[in-house]
Design a protein around this ligand. Structure first.
Ligand code: FAD
Length: 537
């Protein structure tokens, strides 16, 4: 009763303050009022994201207890005479307000929030592992770390990962979900068998390659535009026990990329003849030691970057990062297999840094860095990240223009700059995800934090301007990059981004979310209920 009263009061306030034309009974008849929060702390957390660059003003936050709760709310928005927007929020780790909405309701899909505990709402569904079929069914808001914990109880694990596990299943499947395993297994969207999805009309549908396949492909990489994923069936493999984690250094870019491309070309070989993970990063200054992923270079593995002469090469060094999984059964052969692979590479002699660790610790490595940064107050800062897919044929031009040009050697890097290649044949062209038109393309991820430490080159303005210059450089040089986790402000830019996939994307939107209710924070389609709103977040 108290919850109903609070909600009623909140709706009346919205009617007065934003001129909302909403019949309060529309929301009160849904049967979700106990889980629809208007608590200021809850609204505040749903109005921000990891990027820290935008802010929204949602009316309310739904903590769903089931897929039916999600369906009821979306159906109410769809059927409502005046309409309101609905944004699924996974763990809010977007950069540019993609999971936000103003004048609408945020559905908090991930289950770890304090508000959920206060309201006494448990996890909608616990992960269910099907050992025989080697897959797991999980709630769309489940965090990957919890998916891993559940499957490990059966000695199993998903095949394809992101570098950081505190992201939701629905959030990464709405983009692609990539890491060093993608060259071999494809992105996470290539490792899903089935989904339950609430469309923009409020229908709860099951879809797969066989059934409702258009919905299935639309939603994978679909930036939340076509439906809210409430369940995903994820492919599993036997979980490795241990990981040998190796880093080697290069000063020559073409040798570095040649070796990376060679390693990912081995994807069809038997497990013993390829690495399990291939990534890499650029070191544009001596900041490697301060880099948030560099705990690897421990006192056991001392490295003096300054002792390596990179000056003749524009002052930039490159680090190849690979891993090989092993367990009790192949512990005898791991040295031999790794040596056989390393002898084929042309890194700088005596720059091999190795560490052995449990598989879980390797997968969860970025969380350790997060805890360190949090303890120094460096986690909740603005993150003007830029992620690009660069075609293989132009990666050397990108290196010259960006790593050795725009970024130069004078800047301090306040975050890692990843660079690693992937095989396009591991991506399903039928999904909504967009990649360059070449068999091999690189992820270049500039994962920098803006700091207020008196160094002009680390400020938000400076880094944002650099991002713009990088995009301008690519445009001027005719390098057909595609943004990963894209962010644009006009529909023309979105058309250009999707290229030949735009017509299909548009058509799917018409069919699956005709009132443009969902994920308006992506700024692709203007919501029909609030067409004049300047702010879509
Ligand atoms: P949110 O930010 O909450 O949502 C993202 C989008 O998906 C929004 O549009 C939202 O409306 C929509 N959405 C959320 N849940 C659902 C759902 N259930 N159904 C439909 N739509 C939904 N990405 C990689 O690929 N590889 C990495 O290695 C990687 N590392 C990262 C490390 C860090 C520290 C951070 C902050 C991000 C990283 N990312 C990585 C990016 C990350 O995958 C995306 O930002 C992802 O969207 C975040 O997931 P989330 O659960 O926080 O989604």
């Amino acid at each position: 009763m108290a919850a109903k009263l609070l909600l009623m009061l909140a709706i009346c306030r919205w009617i007065v303050t934003v001129g909302l034309m909403l019949d309060p009974t529309e929301l009160l008849l849904l049967g979700v009022e106990e889980r629809l929060s208007v608590d200021p702390l809850d609204l505040e957390s749903a109005s921000l994201d990891f990027g820290g660059l935008h802010r929204a003003e949602p009316w309310g936050v739904l903590h769903p207890a089931s897929a039916q709760d999600v369906a009821r709310l979306v159906k109410a928005a769809y059927d409502s005479s005046h309409g309101f927007t609905v944004s699924a929020r996974g763990h809010g780790h977007s950069i540019n307000g993609q999971a936000m909405t103003t004048n609408g309701v945020v559905i908090q899909m991930s289950t770890g929030s304090g508000e959920r505990r206060r309201l006494g709402i448990g996890r909608p569904v616990a992960p269910r592992v099907y050992e025989k079929f080697m897959y797991v069914d999980v709630w769309g808001g489940e965090l990957w770390i919890d998916v891993l914990r559940s499957t490990l109880e059966y000695g199993l694990a998903p095949k394809s990962w992101t570098d950081y596990l505190y992201l939701s299943v629905g959030g990464t499947l709405s983009n692609a979900g990539i890491s060093g395993q993608a060259f071999n297994h494809g992105p996470q969207i290539s490792n899903v068998y089935e989904l339950d999805v609430v469309t923009g009309k409020g229908e709860l549908l099951t879809c797969s390659e066989e059934d409702n396949s258009d919905l299935f492909h639309a939603v994978l990489g679909g930036l939340g535009q076509f439906g809210i994923i409430t369940r995903a069936r994820i492919a599993l493999e036997p979980a490795p026990q241990m990981v040998r984690w190796i880093r080697v250094l290069y000063s020559n870019f073409s040798t570095f990329t040649h070796d990376q491309e060679y390693l990912i070309s081995l994807h069809g070989q038997s497990d013993s003849q390829k690495f399990d993970y291939v990534e890499g990063f650029a070191i544009v200054d001596d900041g490697l030691i301060n880099n948030w992923r560099s705990s690897f270079f421990s006192p056991r593995n001392p490295v003096k970057i300054s002792s390596i002469d990179a000056k003749g090469n524009g002052g930039v060094l490159y680090c190849l990062e690979v891993t090989k999984n092993y367990g009790d059964l192949d512990a005898d052969t791991i040295d031999e297999e790794v040596d056989a692979l390393l002898t084929k590479l042309n890194f700088i002699p005596n720059t091999v840094f190795t560490t052995d660790l449990p598989y879980v610790d390797f997968l969860d490595r970025v969380h350790k860095a997060e805890l360190t940064l949090r303890s120094k107050g460096l986690w909740d800062v603005p993150h003007p990240w830029l992620n690009l897919f660069v075609p293989k044929s132009r990666i050397a031009d990108f290196d010259r223009g960006v790593f050795k040009g725009i970024l130069g050697s004078k800047n301090k890097t306040s975050g890692p700059i990843l660079i690693y290649p992937m095989n396009k044949n591991k991506w399903d062209e039928k999904t909504s995800a967009v990649t360059p038109e070449e068999d091999v393309f690189y992820l270049v991820a500039l994962l920098r934090s803006a700091l207020d430490n008196g160094d002009e080159t680390q400020t938000l303005d400076y880094l944002s301007d650099q991002n713009r210059r990088i995009l301008r450089f690519c445009g001027d040089a005719g390098i057909n990059v595609k943004q990963y986790l894209p962010h644009y402000t006009t529909q023309q830019q979105w058309r250009d981004h999707f290229g030949h996939k735009w017509a299909q994307f548009y058509q799917r939107k018409l069919e699956l979310d005709p009132r443009h209710i969902l994920a308006t924070g992506q700024r692709i389609f203007k919501p029909s209920c609030n067409p004049t709103s300047a702010s879509w977040y």
